[in-house]
Ligand binder design. Structure first.
Ligand code: SIN
Ligand code: MN
Length: 280
């Protein structure tokens, strides 16, 4: 899938592109059918919500689950990303955020590149976030919110929030967010399961809690230009991947046909991927 010059300009201006219903209901069903097994497996790569057993984030699913491993090689997200960076990309991070009905907690205001730069020593913001909706996202179940144009500011000063949720994050203060929203406003792309968002790793974003009776399960892939790979292995490999091989795409029908994929963590992630490792 290729995007137009108009879409590239829009991405450069706004910091994101939204593709409603890009994946069919049949394709999404293949992924959703795997989630109960993934969420109940109690692997160390899976983070739970604070004070509850509800899954917040399942990291590295593409390393042990065949359906998600095929999604990780899908041309519909990889091709436009390569087009924008004019280079091959590798997977820096792969996660399923569950945002469970009633239990899904907030994500505070942040930029992803701030963390990747500070913790992983990723040199430049040449990394794309891709969100693929596994459920309908509506105004009630904790949709992502963006401040359009905020990616143009580069890395904004942030503080390390280790308290609000079960997952530590470098977050922006309220005064900064108010100033940015006064200038850029707020948007919140919503739509059916199968919709996809591409967003710049410097775009400021957040999401509220999910008090609705509907799950808001979303896959996030962070695709980094190969030459821009991380230089430091401070965080575990299941959070910040340490292999930089370019993604080799499968065919466009790869969610519906059983293409062979390697599953190196099928019997568990190796100790080296679970532990921080300071020397790169
Ligand atoms: C994230 O920013 O990494 C996740 C936000 C969300 O799932 O709402
Ligand atoms: Mn984020």
């Amino acid at each position: 899938m290729q995007i137009s010059d108009k879409q590239i300009n829009q991405f450069n201006e706004q910091g994101y592109l939204f593709f409603p219903s890009l994946f069919s209901a049949e394709e999404i069903k293949v992924l959703v059918a795997e989630l109960d097994g993934i969420f109940s497996s109690h692997r160390p790569e899976t983070v739970r919500e604070k004070g509850s057993d509800a899954v917040r984030t399942a990291f590295g699913v593409h390393m042990y689950n065949a359906a998600f491993a095929r999604l990780a090689r899908h041309p519909r997200m990889v091709e436009p990303t390569k087009q924008i960076y004019d280079e091959d990309v590798y997977i820096h991070q792969f996660k399923v955020n569950a945002k469970a009905a009633f239990d899904g907690e907030v994500w505070q205001w942040h930029q992803d590149f701030g963390t990747w730069h500070a913790d992983d020593q990723m040199p430049e913001p040449r990394a794309m976030n891709v969100a693929i909706f596994l459920d309908e996202v509506n105004e009630f179940n904790g949709p992502l919110m963006f401040i359009p144009g905020s990616h143009k500011l580069g890395v904004i000063e942030a503080g390390h929030d280790t308290v609000t949720t079960s997952y530590p994050l470098w977050t922006l203060d309220q005064e900064t967010v108010s100033r940015l929203v006064a200038k850029g406003g707020l948007v919140s792309p919503k739509g059916p399961a199968g919709s996809m968002i591409l967003f710049d790793s410097c775009l400021v974003h957040a999401s509220g809690s999910n008090l609705s009776p509907w799950h808001r399960r979303t896959v996030y892939l962070s695709l980094c230009a190969v030459s821009n790979h991380i230089r430091r292995f401070k965080r575990p490999g299941y959070i910040a991947q340490r292999e930089f091989d370019p993604i080799q795409c499968l065919a466009d029908d790869c969610l519906l046909r059983d293409y062979p994929v390697s599953l190196p963590w099928e019997d568990g992630a190796p100790e080296s991927a679970l532990q921080p490792q300071l020397a790169a």
